[in-house]
Design a protein around this ligand. Structure first.
Ligand code: CP
Length: 309
C-alpha cells in the first residue's frame, strides 16, 4: 500500500491497514538499528524540528536518534529558552521555524489538539509526540510493535490497561490501535479514573484488578500522574497501590507468558513493584528500544509520502 498521510496526529484517524504499514516499515528500520553503521540517507536534506513544550526523556531522545539515523538535519527547540517566554504564540513560533526550512515538526504540547492546529495552518508534516490527555500515537505504535514482535499476532489477545484511563493519552491511543487490530481491550482503575462514556465502546471496563488480569496476554500499566493527586482522584498513593499496583502475586492470574508494559517514567512501588518492573515478564526496555524504529518509520512515511514526495 501507499501511505497517504501527510501527518501522524493520532491512531483514531489511522486505518488498521495504515497502522500495520507503519509497524511493517518499523521492522525494516529496526534492521538498520542492528547494523554496525546505524545510518541511512532517507531524510538527507530534510530539516526536522523537535518542538517540546512539556518535559520528556524517552520520546524526545528517541525522535532525535531516529532523525539522525535517517540523516535528517535536526533542531531541538527549547521553548523556555526562546521567544515563547516573551509571549510569542505557538502558531507564530511554528511558522517561523517553517520559514527557516523545517519540513517536519514533531510537537509535544499540554493542550489537547495543538498538533491539529499546526497541521491545519502549516505546510510542514506534523507528528504528534503527545497532546494533553488526548493522544500519544508514537507510544501506542511502539507498544503495538512490541506486542506483535513477541506475540506475533495482536488479534484475539486479551490486553489489560491499568490506571488513570481518563487522563492518559497513552491509554487513548492504545485503545484505538488495539481495537483496530482486533485485540480484546480491558481497562481497569478506580471509578474516578474511568471515562463515563467508555462503556459505549468495545472496551471492557473493570474496577477490580484481579478480575481484569484473569487470562491476560498483555498488561499495560499507566503512570500515576502524582501531580493529579491533589485533585482527589483517589485517597492516597498507598491506597492506589494496594488496589491497583501490580505485584508478582497478582500477575499469577494472567497467562504464564504474559508481558508487562509501561510507557515510563515508572513510579516504582506505586503502579508496579520493582520486582515486576525488572522481571522476565517485563518488556519495558524493549518498548524503549523499539521506539526508535517506530519513530524512524513515522518520520520516513510522513516525509516521503502524503503529498510531500
Ligand atoms: N512515554 C513517554 O512519553 O515518556 P517521556 O515523557 O519520557 O517522553
Amino acid at each position: 500500500m501507499n501511505f497517504r498521510q501527510k501527518h501522524i496526529l493520532g491512531l483514531e484517524e489511522l486505518s488498521s491497514e495504515e497502522i500495520k504499514f507503519v509497524l511493517d516499515t518499523a521492522e525494516s528500520m529496526k534492521e538498520v538499528s542492528e547494523r554496525d553503521v546505524k545510518k541511512v540517507p532517507a531524510l538527507k536534506g530534510v530539516t526536522v524540528v523537535n518542538l517540546f513544550f512539556e518535559p520528556s526523556t524517552r520520546t524526545r531522545a528517541s525522535f532525535e536518534i531516529a532523525e539522525k539515523r535517517l540523516s535528517a538535519d535536526v533542531l531541538n527547540f527549547t521553548p523556555s529558552e526562546s521567544s515563547v517566554v516573551k509571549g510569542e504564540t505557538l502558531l507564530d513560533t511554528a511558522r517561523n521555524l517553517e520559514a527557516m526550512g523545517a519540513s517536519v515538526i514533531v510537537i509535544r504540547h499540554s493542550m489537547s489538539g495543538a498538533p491539529w492546529l499546526l497541521a491545519r495552518e502549516l505546510r510542514s508534516s506534523i507528528i504528534n509526540a503527545g497532546d494533553g490527555s488526548h493522544e500519544h500515537p508514537s507510544q501506542a505504535l511502539l507498544d503495538l510493535f512490541t506486542v506483535r514482535e513477541i506475540k506475533r499476532e495482536i488479534a484475539g489477545l486479551k490486553v489489560v490497561i491499568v490506571g488513570d484511563i481518563s487522563h492518559s493519552r497513552v491509554a487513548r491511543s492504545n485503545v484505538w490501535g488495539l481495537i483496530k487490530l482486533g485485540a480484546e481491550v480491558r481497562v481497569v482503575g478506580p471509578p474516578t479514573m474511568i471515562p463515563r462514556d467508555i462503556e459505549k465502546t468495545d472496551v471492557k471496563v473493570y474496577y477490580n484488578l484481579d478480575s481484569a488480569l484473569e487470562g491476560a496476554d498483555v498488561v499495560i500499566m499507566l503512570r500515576i500522574q502524582k501531580e493529579r493527586q491533589e485533585s482527589g482522584l483517589f485517597p492516597s498513593l498507598r491506597e492506589y497501590s494496594r488496589f491497583y499496583g501490580l505485584t508478582r502475586e497478582r500477575l499469577k492470574r494472567a497467562k504464564e507468558d504474559v508481558v508487562v508494559m509501561h510507557p515510563g517514567p515508572i513510579n516504582r512501588g506505586v503502579e508496579l513493584s520493582s520486582e515486576v518492573a525488572d522481571d522476565v515478564h517485563s518488556v519495558i526496555l524493549n518498548q524503549v528500544s523499539n521506539g526508535i524504529a517506530i519513530r524512524m518509520a513515522m518520520l520516513y512515511l510522513v516525509a516521503s509520502g502524503g503529498g510531500n514526495g
